[in-house]
Design a protein around this ligand. Structure first.
Ligand SMILES: Cc1cc2nc3c(=O)[nH]c(=O)nc-3n(C[C@H](O)[C@H](O)[C@H](O)COP(=O)(O)OP(=O)(O)OC[C@H]3O[C@@H](n4cnc5c(N)ncnc54)[C@H](O)[C@@H]3O)c2cc1C
Length: 402
């Protein structure tokens, strides 16, 4: 098999990041293979999954450029305002799309919708799909000195769990935070466990969400209410591990009561809640994003605290940068996996991801804290930010990547 014409790009993991990367390659006319462990569940509008994302503008522009956004937008919820405030220290920030001459600050969509639409787009664009399949071994001929010859030296060979194999000039590992490919490529990862979980659910409130993303900081962690298309809110409630475990187990009435108090009844009483789930929160950064012809993208490379709703957006920025690299190499007819190109991509993406991870880390430390000094400091910070003209627009532009 390894004698067959190699793929230009092989992607492992069809989450939003991997699927976007595969589609970016295919739309450029590259031969792309996708290896995904789990067949996607067909999306249903009336049964949204609990993993919901706030998508920033540059990620939306990427999906639009790949021809996938229109079918997502039809079921996504725009948010036009964002309110962020601190329970203990006072001070608040408000972001308003209208003030920035925009129709929306961003869009809310669930993982299942994005995955379903991107999967269909990959099929339509001619991506070769291997699913359900796992990679069992990776051989990077460039780093296996003396092994392989000619064309072989410029490819990576992937061996799959059905005993098949395929070769590619570039391998994109987008197989999530517990990336198996990262381990196979022997890339170390620095990890910090926050001892917190993100509890997610859909809730119905007495008052409408008003197309607004709300976030209230509490000493135990922030609670966010994101507007959803069916009138409910998708919540992300950051809690210490033990509290999250307790709140997963209490009955619906107790849960709604505690959530109403945590959110200060901002939208009135929380009157109903869906099934709940909680994800452990960690900061994680791979020591390298590139090894030979293997690149790590999305959560495989970096995981950040979800308090700013930026994890997926940072991953999509990896794809945006990778797409320009591929376009440039394709236009010049040069090697898409050339070490100097990949090294440039790595320098840019690793420093940006590290900056994002440490920024959210700092915000989490400052806000998830009821000591008097941090409480005073954040009250001043939010108050000051709210009073400096134009600062909200600047902050939003940075978060939205525009
Ligand atoms: C509570 C919470 C709230 C969040 N809210 C937001 C938000 O509002 N906005 C935002 O931008 N981000 C948010 N995030 C972050 C976001 O969830 C992640 O950053 C994003 O899902 C990562 O996408 P990914 O494609 O890199 O990885 P994943 O979504 O993890 O996809 C990995 C894919 O690889 C496949 N796979 C895994 N192993 C293998 C293997 N060995 N072989 C083949 N395939 C494999 C999996 O089946 C999966 O399809 C949040 C995170 C949490 C925990």
């Amino acid at each position: 098999m390894s004698r067959r014409t190699p793929f230009d790009v092989a992607v492992v993991g069809a989450g939003v990041v991997g699927a976007s990367a595969a589609l970016a390659g295919a739309r450029m006319g590259l031969r792309v293979a996708m290896i995904e462990a789990r067949a996607p569940t067909p999306w249903r509008a009336d049964a949204p999954d609990l993993r919901v994302f706030a998508l920033a503008q540059d990620g939306i522009d990427l999906l639009a450029g790949l021809g996938a956004w229109d079918t997502i937008a039809a079921h996504a919820q725009p948010y036009r305002t964002m309110r962020v405030w601190d329970a203990a220290g006072g001070g608040a920030l408000c972001f308003d799309a209208q003030r920035y001459g925009r129709a929306a600050l961003g869009w809310i969509a669930e993982q299942g919708l994005l995955a379903d639409r991107l999967w269909a787009a990959m099929q339509q664009a001619g991506v070769t799909l291997h699913c359900p399949r796992r990679v069992v071994a990776v051989e990077d001929q460039a780093s296996a000195r003396g092994d392989g010859e000619g064309d072989d030296r410029e490819t990576v060979t992937l061996r799959l769990d059905d005993h098949s194999a395929l070769r590619a000039r570039l391998l994109i590992a987008a197989d999530g935070a517990d990336s198996q490919l990262r381990t196979l490529a022997r890339i170390e990862v620095k990890r910090h466990d926050y001892g917190q979980r993100g509890l997610v659910a859909f809730v119905q409130c007495e008052r409408p969400h008003a197309d607004t993303a709300w976030q209230r900081f509490l000493p135990t962690g922030p609670v966010a209410f994101l507007p959803f298309r069916d009138g409910r809110c998708s919540i992300v409630w950051t809690l210490p591990d033990a509290e999250a475990v307790r709140l997963l187990a209490v009955d619906d009435e107790t849960f709604c009561g505690e959530l109403t108090r945590a959110f200060d009844a901002t939208l009135g009483e929380v009157v109903a809640v869906s099934a709940r789930a909680a994800f452990p929160l960690r900061r994680q950064l791979a020591e390298r994003f590139v090894s030979g012809r293997i690149v790590l993208c999305g959560d495989a490379a970096h995981a950040v605290h979800p308090l700013a709703g930026q994890g997926l957006n940072v991953g999509l920025r990896d794809v945006i940068a990778l797409r320009s690299l591929l376009q440039d190499a394709f236009a010049r007819g040069t090697d898409i996996g050339s070490p100097s190109r990949l090294a440039r991509w790595q320098r840019q993406r690793r420093s940006e991801s590290a900056a994002a991870a440490w920024t959210f880390d700092g915000i989490n430390r400052l806000f998830s804290n009821d000591a008097p000094l941090p409480t005073l400091a954040r009250g001043h910070l939010l108050g000051l930010a709210g009073r400096i003209p134009g600062l909200d627009a600047l902050l939003w532009k940075r978060a939205a990547g525009v």
